[in-house]
Each structure stands twice: as C-alpha cells, then as structure tokens.
Design a binder for this molecule. Structure first.
Ligand code: HEM
Length: 139
C-alpha cells in the first residue's frame, strides 16, 4: 500500500492529537488525521473523539463500517503506527484465559467452603451450647 514516505509514529505520538481541534485515530496499525472529518462523520464526532488517544481498531470494526467508509480512510491517512507501541491483543487473551481457569478452580474451593463453613458454625454453636450448659450446672 502507499506507506512509503509516510512517518512511523508511536501510540504516544498519535495520542497527543486527542481534541476536537486536532484529532487523530489509530485503526489497523495506521494513523489517521480526522480533524476535518469530525463534522462529516455519519456516526458523529463524539464517537471519534472517544476513540482518539488509543488504538481505535476494535471500536471501528465493532461498527461494521462499509467498504465505502474504508475507502474514505485513505484521505486521512498520515502514517503507520509502531506495533510495539500498541498494546498487543495476544497477551490479553491468555491473561483472560488464565483468569477463567483460575476462576474454575476457585469455584470448587467455594463449593467446599459453602459446605464446610455452615458445618463449622453448627459445630461451634453446639460446642458453645455444651460449654454454657456445663457452666450452668457447675454454678
Ligand atoms: C477514518 C475513520 C472513519 C471513517 C472514514 C468512518 C466513516 C464512516 C461512514 C462512511 C459511516 C456511514 C456508514 C458506513 O458507510 O459504514 C460511518 C458510520 C459510523 N461510524 Fe465511522 N468512520 C471512521 C471511524 C469511526 C470510529 C473510530 C468509530 C467508533 C468509535 C466510528 C463509529 C461510527 C458509528 C457509530 C457509525 C454509525 C453507524 C450507524 O449509524 O449504523 N467510526 N463511519
């Protein structure tokens, strides 16, 4: 694609352009200066302003933009974004899976506790009752 001669930005280079007077977006590893497009965007300027200063790829894809929308993007393209500066998705997925797995194992712990805690309380109640009875008798 027409990436030659274009600058390579980092996420923080792009993130400074995060206002209505100066608004850049990161979509699919590319930086777009959409300042002039804010008013024209059929989805409104607010969504674009909420997607600035970060990787907006997911927000953009979630909407399911038309191919007409995608071809409009070329007009606003200013350069590529260094992938190393972007939060990478693959590191998030295993993290989520790990939480899911540990949730599962703590699930069974909770089940055991749900069974043991009432038993312990019952045992304690019986013990207290037993001890106070003994005290009553002795006093
Ligand atoms: C350079 C970037 C963008 C361009 C050129 C663009 C262009 C467009 C166009 C042409 C439409 C009309 C519907 C279509 O043809 O798909 C649209 C709708 C919309 N866009 Fe974007 N858009 C951009 C970025 C974004 C981003 C980052 C978001 C989300 C944060 C967003 C959210 C929306 C929403 C919510 C609609 C309305 C959808 C509807 O009414 O069904 N757009 N956009």
């Amino acid at each position: 694609m027409a990436t030659e001669g274009k600058k390579l930005y980092t996420l923080s280079d792009v993130a400074v352009h995060n206002s209505a007077d100066d608004c850049w977006l990161i979509i699919g590893g590319k930086a777009y200066d959409v300042t002039k497009f804010l008013e024209e965007h059929p989805g409104g300027d607010e969504v674009l302003l909420s997607a600035t200063g970060k990787d907006a790829t997911e927000d953009f894809e979630d909407v399911g933009h038309s191919s007409a929308a995608r071809s409009m993007m070329d007009e606003y393209y200013v350069g590529d974004v260094d992938p190393a500066s972007l939060p990478s998705k693959p590191t998030h997925t295993p993290a989520k899976l790990a939480t899911y797995n540990s949730d599962k194992s703590s699930d069974s712990l909770i089940k055991i506790l749900q069974f043991l805690v009432p038993l312990a309380i019952l045992g304690l109640a019986v013990a207290v009752r037993f001890l106070t009875k003994n005290n009553d008798v002795s006093s």
